[in-house]
Design a protein around this ligand. Structure first.
Ligand code: 5GP
Length: 189
């Protein structure tokens, strides 16, 4: 996706620990016109699939999923990372190790919102080691729903997640794949 490559090159910065910072359009300030293009692209890439729901993770996934959902005409469910009092007691849970935070946390989804007749598209901002994706897949499995695909905005191709998911035959589509960060510069595949 050329627009995304341009945004990354012009606005992104490479931080310590191979972290790409894209706060000006994806992770803090949100460029809605850009996110609309992301949503349209996900619709085009997964148009052959029957999707009944989009599943993501709070916080960064919510905006991406919500805008994409307008093109699929389906609801969005986001897994909660923080236990809140008003979350239903009956939940599907999974443990996720966060590369950026260096710790494991629990993600939870109410059993009300994942049903065996659901056909689910997972979306997220980044794919690195696929810990978040595996956690969401675990929740989909526990709910007896069908995973139709995973849509990622930025895949870090030098980490293991992409291979791991593709080897499992998962319908993974990333809008851009980064091969390396060379001297602070982003190299695309
Ligand atoms: P994974 O679970 O695939 O190992 O990592 C994906 C998650 O970690 C994403 O949800 C994202 O929040 C975060 N992440 C991983 N790498 C980066 C990165 O380079 N930049 C940013 N902003 N987030 C990242």
């Amino acid at each position: 996706m050329d627009l995304l490559k341009k945004k990354i090159l012009e606005e992104g910065s490479v931080e310590e620990g191979d972290i790409l910072k894209v706060d000006s359009f994806l992770n803090h300030q949100l460029d809605i016109a850009f996110l609309n293009e992301v949503g349209k692209e996900f619709k085009r890439l997964f148009d052959d699939r029957k999707i009944t729901k989009i599943l993501t993770l709070e916080t960064s996934g919510i905006a991406i999923a919500s805008i994409a959902a307008q093109y699929f005409n389906v609801p969005v469910v986001f897994a909660k990372k923080i236990a809140t009092k008003n979350l239903d007691r009956e939940t599907y849970e999974s443990d996720v190790y966060s590369y950026t935070k260096g710790r494991t946390y629990k993600i939870k989804v109410s059993k009300k919102y994942i049903k065996p007749d659901d056909h689910i598209l997972v979306v997220d901002d980044f794919l690195a080691n696929a810990q978040a994706a595996l956690g969401l897949m675990d929740i989909i499995n526990k709910g007896g729903a069908t995973l139709e695909g995973i849509g990622i905005v930025i895949e870090k191709g030098f980490q293991d997640g992409g291979n791991l998911l593709r080897e499992q035959g998962i319908n993974l589509k990333s809008l851009v794949i980064i091969d390396s960060f060379e001297d602070g510069k982003v190299k695309f595949r």
